[in-house]
Design a protein around this ligand. Structure first.
Ligand code: NAP
Ligand code: ZN
Ligand code: ZN
Length: 752
């Protein structure tokens, strides 16, 4: 390839000057020299600023594709698409859609089919551009992916306002699926792809296909998609505000032409980051550095990840919007097209393998059949949609009880700090939407045909687990909370502790990826995982015992705390409160270490000592005094100041922070043969024991009873360590949704 006009080694000063005068219009990025040559050529075609024109005028302006052609001619090369990619044949076809016949261009790669299929949507902000403008991207993808690509000329605004293009996109997708054979394609391997506005259509069409359940796409390639409409001051909208060939003003102009009312912009077909993305196929996002839509790609990546979708994103540096179709003259575009093609090839190959595995796969033997088959229960809940969102009303469906399951009407649910870690994705494993809640007390309303332990009307409790493998050594020993089955135990929310994606052979023994917890009106659980609530325990006080109680009871018992022992507890919150009361009831002398001066009086009320964690003199006075210590501090913290407080051979157990901690000085540990340990919740038997122990000793948590509407405030108060000491939601306060306030308009999710 001949050298571009501008040498790559040119100083940035001169380049910035030229950028400003001639082309890229944005000087904060270093422009790739090949890209620069295209932008200069585009400037020489003297187009007018689209945002000052009518749609008809805008469509007549020179495009980046025209600049590439001009550059090729200037280099003495052919600009004909067929000459540039001789292996790919193309043919124009018609696709019927409601009220129109759409033009489409079908690209077929060399070789014998049937080929996988890609339905491709061009860019142009839904207003300008067509099959020709975006020929190169679609054609290149056909060769790189070894797929038949069908590029669709959907109807454009303002003549055809939102959502015509989206409906056309779905009609085209269905047509491709129905005509796969005639296209020499394979209906079982259809992907979606698109650039810019078309990248949005690709994702939106994947969502529509997912909603219908039939003919789901196997992959999506979204090249610099428009992914959100709520924020036109993102980092890239700002740093590429006046970039070429796309700038902020143009996108505003496109959206104005597209929508009929401002409400359209909030429609989740357009505002993708707020759409329900759960269950989408793998998505590959390609972004250009110098592009106001770069941050849209990043936001979409986050939203997809948080919805549990496999997502890969690459940002190509020094290139601008529209670069993907410039492979003939911009090497980075060649790279991007090759990358998109490889992604598709890998997934197309995997789709074949997956089909083979699935057809031979056996469901888990001990999973009893659904009873009655297919019946669903409507549930009201509260969910977090993303790590950055509040909990909001959320309606979903649960499968009715299987033979060995019971249906529980939720009465109360405690707010554990783990709920907060999970909502905010602080453990990096949250599956959204996230309906937390694992301190549940409720009344049995229905039981499966094989249930023996519970009957309708029983008051039961559910903690962190709703199932385990029951075949591994810990399960057989009654330590379900340490299940070593391939998916470990099934959590009351957020699915199996080891998700299928990380399990050996991808096994999914519980037949589900997510689970929805007790911030909801109804729970359905395996009967063994529901505990009996003793008659003299108030149900709202029993709730926190199901996690905070057992998580502290289990280590107190395991390390053999006995009358007269000195027990130290770090962190006086929900767990600290239960730990102190349980240890006191076991006859121990208890000291609470707190960061809140005001809680010293609360400790005294319990009959415990209290020390400010920062009071080094007080700590000094307590050296070598403790038989057991338990840390419930919810963040990474430093236990070194507390190790000297243990007696020889004694243990400090950390149940709070489940994350990397401040390093421990092993000199202090080794010199007196001390132990630093951890512990995870407790077994079913220990959970029943602690419920019975609390009933017998007449102890329970101090709680603040709240309505579900107050949940976001309660979360904030817990983070600020202000709750005394556990918020418990009175689930009678949950009401059918106000549609305006729901997480997802009319969202009905099916789980389990
Ligand atoms: P919580 O009610 O919010 O109480 C935590 C208490 O720790 C606060 O009240 C505060 O007490 C103290 N604290 C908070 N931030 C601190 C900081 N940065 N440094 C020092 N102290 C701090 O939380 P929780 O529900 O008791 O849960 C505590 C932790 O246990 C959470 O991380 C949770 O995920 C974890 N957990 C683990 C298991 C398990 O199986 N291992 C089970 C349940 C919960 P003061 O005001 O006294 O300082
Ligand atoms: Zn918990
Ligand atoms: Zn197990």
């Amino acid at each position: 390839m001949p050298e571009p006009k501008i040498g790559a080694n040119m100083t940035s000063l001169v380049r910035d000057l030229i950028n400003t005068v001639r082309g890229v219009g944005d000087t904060s990025h270093s422009v790739d020299a090949h890209m620069q040559a295209v932008l200069e050529q585009l400037a020489e075609l003297h187009g007018q600023a689209v945002e000052n024109l009518t749609a008809a005028q805008a469509r007549l302006q020179p495009s980046p594709a025209d600049a590439v052609s001009a550059l090729l001619r200037a280099q003495g090369r052919s600009a004909s698409p067929e000459a540039l990619l001789p292996g790919v044949k193309s043919e124009d076809r018609s696709i019927p859609a409601a009220g129109a016949t759409l033009r489409a261009r079908v690209y077929t790669p060399a070789g014998h089919g049937p080929f996988p299929l890609v339905v491709y949507f061009h860019g142009g902000g839904w207003v300008i551009a067509d099959l020709d403008t975006y020929d190169a991207g679609a054609r290149g993808l056909s060769e790189a992916a070894g797929a038949v690509v069908v590029s669709v000329d959907y109807r454009r605004a303002p003549e055809h306002a939102f959502p015509t293009a989206w409906n056309d996109a779905i009609a085209a997708y269905d047509w491709v699926a129905a005509n796969a054979g005639a296209l020499n394609g394979d209906a079982g391997r259809i992907a979606l792809a698109g650039e810019s506005a078309g990248g949005n259509l690709a994702v939106a069409t994947a969502i529509a296909a997912r909603n219908r359940g039939a003919n789901k796409a196997v992959a999506v390639i979204a090249v610099y998609p428009i992914a959100q409409t709520g924020n036109m001051a993102t980092q890239s909208y700002d740093d590429s505000a006046s970039a070429k060939p796309l700038n902020r003003a143009m996108i505003g102009w496109f959206l104005d032409k597209l929508v009929t009312t401002p409400l359209d912009k909030a429609d989740t077909r357009l505002d993708l980051i707020n759409a329900d993305l759960v269950g989408l196929p793998p998505v590959t996002i390609i972004n250009a550095e110098i592009d106001p839509l770069r941050s849209d790609g990043e936001m979409l990546e986050t939203a997809l990840k948080e919805a549990g979708v496999a997502v890969t994103r690459k940002v190509y540096m020094g290139v601008t919007h529209e670069f993907f179709g410039m492979a003939a003259v911009v090497p980075k575009a060649q790279e991007a097209v090759r990358f998109a093609g490889e992604q598709l090839q890998r997934i197309f190959a995997g789709a074949v393998q997956r089909d083979a595995v699935q057809s031979g796969a056996q469901p888990r033997a001990r999973l009893s059949p659904k009873d009655p088959a297919g019946a669903k229960l409507k549930v009201l809940g509260y969910a977090a949609k993303h790590s950055f969102s509040d909990l909001k009303p959320f309606e979903f469906e649960r499968d009715a009880a299987r033979a060995d399951e019971i249906v529980i009407d939720v009465l109360f649910c405690g707010v554990c700090h783990s709920d907060i870690h999970q909502i905010k994705n602080e453990w990096g494993n949250t599956i959204y939407p996230c309906v937390p809640g694992h301190e549940v007390v409720g009344r049995v309303t229905d039981v499966g045909s094989a249930v023996t332990r519970h009957a309708p009307g029983d008051l039961v409790g559910v903690g962190c687990m709703i199932d385990s493998c029951r075949q591994c050594e810990p399960c057989l020993a009654g330590d379900e909370n340490y299940c070593e089955g391939p998916n470990s135990w099934l959590a009351t929310y957020n699915g199996p502790m080891i998700p299928a994606a990380k399990a050996p052979g991808g096994i999914n023994m519980y037949d589900r990826d997510n689970s929805f917890g007790g911030y909801s009106s109804v729970l359905v659980v395996q009967e063994d995982f529901a505990l009996k609530i003793p008659g003299n325990l108030r149900p709202e006080l029993a709730a926190p015992i199901l996690c905070a109680g057992v998580t502290t009871y289990s280590p107190l018992k395991h390390w053999g705390v006995k009358p007269g022992d000195h027990v130290g507890i770090l962190g006086f919150g929900g767990l600290g409160d239960m730990a102190a009361k349980l240890a006191l009831a076991m006859g121990a002398v208890v000291t609470l270490f707190t960061t809140s001066k005001e809680k010293i009086a609360d400790a005294a009320r319990l009959g415990a000592n209290a020390v400010l964690e920062t009071d080094r003199e007080a700590l000094q006075a307590l050296r070598g005094k403790f038989d057991f210590m338990l840390s419930t501090v919810p963040q990474k913290h430093d236990i070194n100041p507390f190790i000297p407080l243990l007696k020889r051979d004694k243990t400090i157990c950390i149940v709070g922070a489940l994350e990397p901690m401040v390093g421990v000085n092993n000199q202090a540990v080794a010199f007196h043969r001390k132990n630093v340990a951890g512990s995870l919740i407790g077994s079913l038997q220990e959970t029943q024991e602690v419920l019975d122990f609390c009933a017998q000793h007449d102890i329970g948590p101090d709680i603040e009873l709240i309505d579900i509407e107050q949940i976001n405030e309660a979360v904030k108060r817990a983070i600020d360590a202000e709750v005394r000491f556990r918020s418990v939601i009175n689930m009678a306060s949950i009401k059918p949704n106000d549609p305006a306030a729901t997480v997802e308009d009319a969202a009905i999710f099916v789980t389990e």
